[in-house]
Design a protein around this ligand. Structure first.
Ligand code: ZN
Length: 461
């Protein structure tokens, strides 16, 4: 159904990947993954791959930040571009929601790309928190040198220029961080072994721009300056919650005859939400309120993977004023910088995406509502949109891919920081290849998702 002519993205990805950065990057990006689901269908691999790739792509593409999923996208890029420009960037600035601490703006030294030391006082009763950095749409931001009140290092100093960490994603940090363009967030904790304690956390912000010089090379990073807004969102509870509730906002571009008027009763949407509910039920997360909003048709073909951040800043800005929850933007197609490679099924604003506000760049998960076109000998297949929402939503809430594509052993072998997710387990919802059709989630993945401040703890009876 979609227009796309996208071919499987695999090749593109591969390339990308190769530059290993990618992997990390990808993830960051928000992966554009094609969620497993999508992939699943026969097309699967392709599709799946694409997604992932996409993710990767991001990285590759450039910035790490890229969170974007880059890879994935499909063909519509041009169009997208257009739109993008049309839409402009965010305007009034993000609105904070819920229990947040506003640290105001930090200034970054353009010579070094680092801010001075920042600190936040985390109050007693906080079980987890997310730090969101909000800046310019084409600049990439990352948390650096995060220490807890006891002096323990959670994010390494200068990790972004370390060859060991790859510079794209801090794999050896106790709190894994993935930079993003425009806005970037870190969830504490996002793996076992880190407990939040009350007191003063210190960190700084790293900002850079990156230019991709060909699909095979790592992006070239240059320090960036300017101001960055810093917001810390808290989750407070007596103990780490075993159950939680996630409210969601659905945004309609009008693509595929899905409008804000018809969406709430459209059997497709009803089915997608039911699927999302089923998948998250396994980790004790119920879907609470489901709200429906219109968003500009300019985003019907969304560019959320290009090197300047594409439409992601404008899409995020459009969510200003919405109630708390994760935003899902229903589009017809996600365009790709690789043009013609692969159909991107969805892209998350980050891993995690911005938390505790609406209206920030990347404040959304962008989801294709089109089926997966055939190509390269693969038949077209139905897109399991609900599974894509769950996979990308998983990224938005803080989950990395359980295993990234290692390109037949030629690429880096990357896994998430969770001990209870088996490597190369194609049955997991967060496996990189959406095509595999995985739907499972582990207990530790559940802990991460329920710890995101967007998920409201529910008392057990
Ligand atoms: Zn993914």
């Amino acid at each position: 159904m979609s227009n796309g002519q996208q071919n499987p993205g695999r090749h593109a990805q591969r390339l990308t990947l190769i530059a290993w950065a990618l992997a990390g990057a990808v993830a960051l990006v928000g992966c554009g993954e094609a969620t497993g689901e999508g992939g699943s269908s026969g097309a699967t691999d392709a599709a799946g791959a694409a997604d992932d790739s996409a993710a990767v792509g991001d990285s590759a593409a450039g910035s790490d930040a890229g969170a974007t999923d880059t890879g994935s996208d499909g063909s519509g890029a041009d169009a997208a571009a257009t739109d993008a420009s049309g839409s402009g960037d965010a305007g009034g600035g993000p609105m904070k929601i819920g229990e947040t601490i506003d640290l105001g703006k930090a200034t970054i030294d353009p010579q070094t790309g680092y801010s001075g030391a920042l600190s936040v006082e985390i109050p007693a009763g906080t079980v987890s928190f997310a730090i969101t950095l909000i800046g310019e749409k084409a600049t990439t931001y990352a948390i650096d040198d995060l220490k807890d009140p006891t002096g323990e290092t959670l994010v390494l100093k200068n990790w972004g220029v370390s060859d060991i960490t790859g510079g794209q994603m801090c794999l050896s940090c106790k709190v894994r961080v993935a930079p993003q363009k425009g806005a970037s967030a870190a969830l504490v904790p996002n793996a076992p072994g880190v407990d939040v304690v009350a007191g003063t956390y210190t960190f700084r912000v790293n900002a850079f721009t990156s230019t991709q010089q060909g699909a095979f090379s790592q992006p070239k990073k240059e320090p960036a300056g300017g101001d960055v807004a810093v917001v810390v969102a808290l989750q407070k509870a007596a103990a780490k919650p075993k159950k939680g509730r996630l409210d969601i906002n659905l945004w309609y571009t009008g693509a595929n005859d899905l409008s804000v008027e018809k969406g709430p009763t459209d059997p497709r949407v009803v089915q997608w939400i039911a699927r999302l509910r089923t998948l998250y039920e396994q980790i004790g997360v119920e879907i609470g309120e489901v709200r429906h909003f219109p968003i500009s048709a300019d985003f019907e073909v969304a560019d959320v993977t290009s090197n300047d951040g594409g439409d992601f800043a404008a899409i995020g800005a459009a969510t200003a004023g919405a109630p708390a929850g994760v935003n899902f933007i229903f589009v017809r197609e996600i365009s790709s910088p690789f043009g013609g490679f692969g159909a991107v099924l969805g892209v998350s604003g980050g891993i995690p995406g911005p938390v505790g506000m609406q209206g920030a760049p990347r404040n959304a998960v962008v989801v294709s509502t089109s089926d997966i076109p055939g190509g390269f000998g693969r038949p077209a297949k139905e897109h399991d949109v609900g599974a894509t929402m769950a996979h990308e939503g998983g990224h938005y809430l803080g989950l990395f891919h359980t295993s990234e594509n290692d390109f037949g052993g030629f690429g880096p072998k990357l896994h998430d920081p969770l001990p209870d997710t088996p490597e190369k387990d194609t049955t997991n919802l967060m496996y990189f290849d959406g095509g595999s059709g995985g739907s499972g989630l582990s207990p530790q993945q559940g802990d991460v998702v329920r710890g995101n401040p967007w998920v409201v703890p529910v008392e057990e009876k």
